[in-house]
Every structure is written in C-alpha cells, then in structure tokens.
Design a protein around this ligand. Structure first.
Ligand code: AMP
Ligand code: ZN
Length: 276
C-alpha cells in the first residue's frame, strides 16, 4: 500500500489503523521511491498488533518495458539503496518544473508551491500535480488531468529519466531486500509465454518474485503469474495497491475480486528473504 509518504492520501499510522479495523494480520508499506512512511507504520503496527512489512516500489526500464519493482524487507539505511533513491528523486526534481512550464504554456499555470501543498511528502509526482489542477478547476477530476495533460501523449507530458531494472534490482538486493515484479497485469501481457520471457530476463538480473494477487488482476492473470513464478522457482506475493482517496476503487487488503491476499504468501516472502 501507498501512504502520504508518496502518493497515498492516508498517513502511515492511519493505514495501520484501517488495516486493524478490517482485521488484517499484515500489511506491506511500499511507497514510491521512499521508505519514509515505514517507521511510523511499524510503530503503530506494534501498538495495534498488525504486522507491517517494510518495502518500497520503484519504476524502471527494461528493454521496451517500463516495470514496477517492489523491494521487500530492506535493511534500514542501506547506503546503496539510499543513493539510488537520491538519484530517483533528483530525476523528479528535474522533471516536475518542466511539466509545470508546459502546463503554463497551455494556459493552466500551477505553481511549485501549489503542488507541494498537495504533496506534503517526500516524493512529489504527477498525482500531486493532478490534484492541484483539480483544485484550481482546470479539470473536473484526477483522471481528466492525466488523460488531457499528464499521461504520455498529454499536452504537458515529460518523460522521466529512468533507472534500469538491472540497477534497481541490484540496489534492492544490496539492501538485502527481495525484488519482486509488481502487478504484471498492468504491462498488458496476456499470455503465460510472454510473461515467462519477461520474467526470465529479469531473473537474469536478480529478480526473486512475482506479484500475482493484485486488485486489478483477473483470476486468469493471477493463475498466469503463479504459473510463471512456479516454473522459475520464484516467490509469489500479493497486494491491493491501496492509495486512499486518489484511487477510491481500490480497497485495502483486496488481492483479487473480494479476496484477501493469503497470509501464507508472507511466510514464503520472509523465507526468501532469509535465503538472500
Ligand atoms: P510519476 O511517478 O510522477 O510519474 O506518477 C506516477 C503515478 O501517476 C502512478 O503511480 C499513478 O498513480 C499515476 N498515473 C500515471 N499514469 C496515469 C494515468 N494514465 N491515469 C491515472 N493515473 C496515472
Ligand atoms: Zn505500481
């Protein structure tokens, strides 16, 4: 799940409270490009008896693909991973002003302060720019901001300098965290063979797991992800990708349809971590 440390709308502590209310045994905090929310969540988790798994999510390029990679259970403060995160945040600091200049040029000026007010977090990105645009009345909603302006092909789209999957996975492993391919369904892959090929090429650079259970995956996609993971001896994980108000269709704890992510996956993830 994502918290206010990146593009979620719920604070890390409140995420844990929500998980407790829902009766969840465990949650994973995987903010984009930062682990700043993990400490607060773990402290609240210890109070409420909710197991909080530390993690993060990073976007990387891999040949023609843009993949999202999860890193589970990193050693806190690993210098190699911190250095990578600093580089990633620098690429955002480069890109955000360019997006704002383009928005101004098409008659939708938004200031850096207005964006920062939406973010209030370590990682400022397009979702915060979208929120500022909604607030200023340029668009009716978040999705319209992306469709017209911020998504690839939009009037204010700017490409971000991306890390390679090989570098991201190396940094994750360097912090003794488990690297997992997030929500493969989002890649538009529909066959086990195609996913198998992509995953194999990521395993060559150190990938250890595949996220099979995911709120937007169909039963067939879950089955494909599980089959590919099993073939290649990888760990299977799951997540809701909960973001709070920004993505109101996502419910906390749901790994497919109305199903929760099964707890035994976390046992397997912890075991994989021990083997690193
Ligand atoms: P950024 O990291 O600044 O490039 O923003 C990426 C985030 O923007 C993703 O995690 C999504 O939450 C959101 N996003 C990206 N593309 C779209 C889109 N086409 N529609 C809605 N939200 C999007
Ligand atoms: Zn993602």
């Amino acid at each position: 799940m994502h918290t206010t440390a990146s593009d979620g709308s719920v604070t890390p502590g409140e995420c844990v409270e929500l998980a407790g209310t829902l009766g969840l045994a465990a949650i994973g905090i995987t903010d984009h490009d930062t682990m700043a929310g993990v400490g607060e969540a773990q402290a609240r988790g210890a109070e409420l008896g909710v197991e909080v798994v530390a993690g993060l999510e990073l976007t990387a390029s891999h040949g023609p693909w843009v993949v999202h990679l999860l890193g589970y259970c990193p050693e806190p403060g690993d210098p190699g991973l911190e250095a990578l995160l600093t580089r990633v945040r620098a690429s955002r600091d480069e890109r955000n002003p360019q997006i704002l200049r383009r928005l101004a040029a098409v008659g939708c000026p938004v200031s850096a302060d207005e964006v920062a007010a939406e973010a209030g977090s370590h990682v400022v990105g397009r979702p915060h720019i979208a929120a500022a645009m909604v607030r200023k009345g340029y668009v009716r909603n978040f999705q319209e901001a992306f469709d017209k302006f911020l998504a690839a092909g939009g009037a204010a789209y700017v490409e971000r300098r991306r890390q390679s999957a090989a570098d991201v996975i190396a940094a994750i492993l360097g912090a003794r965290a488990v690297p997992v391919l997030a929500h493969p369904g989002a890649l538009g892959i529909h066959s086990a063979e195609e996913l198998d090929r992509l995953v194999r090429s990521l395993v060559e650079v150190g990938l250890r797991g595949v996220e099979a259970y995911y709120h937007a995956h169909t039963a067939r996609q879950v089955a494909i992800c599980r089959r590919v993971a099993e073939r290649q001896g990888l760990v299977v994980t799951g997540g809701s990708d909960f973001h709070g108000a920004g993505k109101p269709d996502i419910q906390l704890g749901r790994g497919m349809g109305n199903m929760h992510v099964p707890y035994h996956l976390l046992v397997g993830l912890r075991a994989a971590r021990e083997r690193l």
